[in-house]
Design a protein around this ligand. Structure first.
Ligand code: NAG
Ligand code: NAG
Ligand code: NAG
Ligand code: NAG
Length: 403
């Protein structure tokens, strides 16, 4: 097989993009820690003005505790966030406002917007609000509050804004650019915060998709691929090589999409960061990517460094499989699906383990017998084009001595 340069380059591009995506996502929602140590189960970057909404929705009594965060707030500007059941507009918004008042304190309060020329006077909202507070830390302003929402306002328009303060009084905001785009809808229950809406089970569906993709790829295809390499090598030349590649590449492709859904889920839920599961996931992605690069960079079978490459390839491979299985069980703990799913996966592992128990001694037996006969009977007719990496029993023999 030849190794086109373009394959390496495109792989590198995919890899870099994913890494940048995950790091960027982290700086938004996931890594944010509030100075008062409050944590929220959901977070969404808002579509304008560089703001974020963090919240926790309580289904029983329909209360939602929120934190509206606006980085880059000066001492002479106000910020506001609110819900508007009457339409995607400013007028009628039930707002929370904060700014540095004339006694120099950053003050948060509620303000219903009843006219366009509002000066954001304090007032009562159409629903109950408690625990309003506001903080200003390193130019980042946050309003905290707990809202008791009527059933009709679980999915609702949200409006947010910022503008100047003069003589201790909020002034009109700009009527251009981002200031005119700061409107969207939010579904507090499902976690959707765009115009697209979304069914209430949406988040659960994403978590299940993540679980299935990863269990199939990291938990089944990759171990199968490793078993193909270890046990089919003595029987089939060079089919094992292509099967091994097929298992690992499809495992990698499905695994990376599963991994990306996991990173996305993590970024969307800052309050519940499951850091071990996440860090193991990032390590696994790195290992698996190294394995794909290793494939492209492997020396010819008779190259003097090939043995080191083999040691490296096997140790990273087996480590990846063991860590994958550990992380899948960590995922089961987090997702907490019906017990039958955990047992189904345990069943698959038992089956794979039984195959290993049977095939391992069988392979040794065949390899040792061939060695004692001094033969290389199976691999003899291998054509030249397969000669790099797919050589037969000799390689298997080495592999067993290493392992
Ligand atoms: C709503 O329920 C949560 C959790 O059960 C509780 O912490 C909160 O105080 C309740 N809020 C109201 C206003 O009843
Ligand atoms: C400024 O805000 C603080 C904190 O909310 C409040 O105690 C104070 O009375 C406010 N000052 C004025 C002038 O409104
Ligand atoms: C807000 O409601 C309280 C009672 O719920 C009332 O005492 C207060 O005057 C109201 N404030 C305004 C500005 O209407
Ligand atoms: C590969 O197989 C060929 C043909 O059997 C043999 O001549 C050669 O020595 C083998 N090379 C290695 C590295 O096993």
């Amino acid at each position: 097989m030849d190794r086109p340069k373009s394959a390496k380059i495109s792989l590198l591009a995919v890899w870099t993009t994913l890494l940048v995506l995950s790091v960027n996502g982290q700086s938004d929602c996931n890594t944010h820690r509030f100075t008062n140590n409050q944590a929220f189960t959901q977070c969404s970057p808002l579509s304008a003005l560089g703001s974020f909404l963090h919240w926790t929705f309580n289904e029983q009594n329909r209360t939602v505790s929120i934190a509206y965060r606006h980085p880059g707030t000066s001492a002479s500007s106000w910020i506001a966030w609110g819900l508007n059941p009457s339409g995607p507009q400013m007028l009628g918004t039930q707002a929370l406002v904060a700014y540095t008042n004339s006694s120099g304190q950053f003050q948060g309060y509620a303000s219903p917007i009843t006219q366009i020329a509002t000066r954001l006077e304090p007032g009562n909202l159409s629903f109950r609000v408690s625990r309003i507070s506001a903080t200003m830390v390193n130019g980042e302003a946050t309003i905290f509050a707990t809202l008791e929402l009527p059933a009709s306002m679980i999915t609702v328009n949200q409006v947010w804004q910022t503008g100047p303060v003069a003589n201790g009084v909020p002034q009109a905001h700009l009527i251009s650019g981002d200031n005119m785009r700061a409107i969207s809808t939010i579904d507090f229950r499902s976690g959707q915060s765009s115009g697209t809406g979304g069914a209430s089970g949406d988040r659960l569906k994403k978590r299940n998709t993540h679980g299935i993709l990863n269990a199939v790829s990291w938990g089944v295809l990759m171990p199968l691929g490793a078993m193909t390499a270890r046990y089919m090598k003595v029987f089939t030349q060079p089919a094992w090589f292509y099967l091994h590649i097929a298992f690992q590449v499809s495992g990698y492709v499905i695994g990376v999409s599963g991994w990306a859904t996991g990173i996305k889920l993590g970024n969307d839920t800052p309050g519940t960061s499951y850091s071990t599961h996440r860090n193991l996931g990032i390590a696994l992605f790195t290992f698996a990517t190294l394995q794909v690069f290793a494939l492209l960079l492997r020396p010819k079978p008779d190259h003097k460094y090939r043995i080191y490459w083999n040691v490296y390839h096997h140790s990273v491979g087996y480590t990846t499989i063991i860590l994958s299985i550990i992380n899948i069980f960590k995922g089961f703990d987090i997702l907490d699906p019906a017990e039958k799913w955990r047992w189904a996966y345990i069943g698959i592992l038992i089956f794979l383990g039984a195959c290993v128990l049977i095939l391992e001694p069988l392979t040794w037996f065949i390899v040792l017998r061939r060695k004692s006969r001094g033969g290389n009977t199976v691999a003899a007719p291998v054509a030249n084009k397969y000669s790099n990496g797919v050589n037969g029993t000799t390689t298997t023999g080495q592999h067993h001595q290493e392992a």
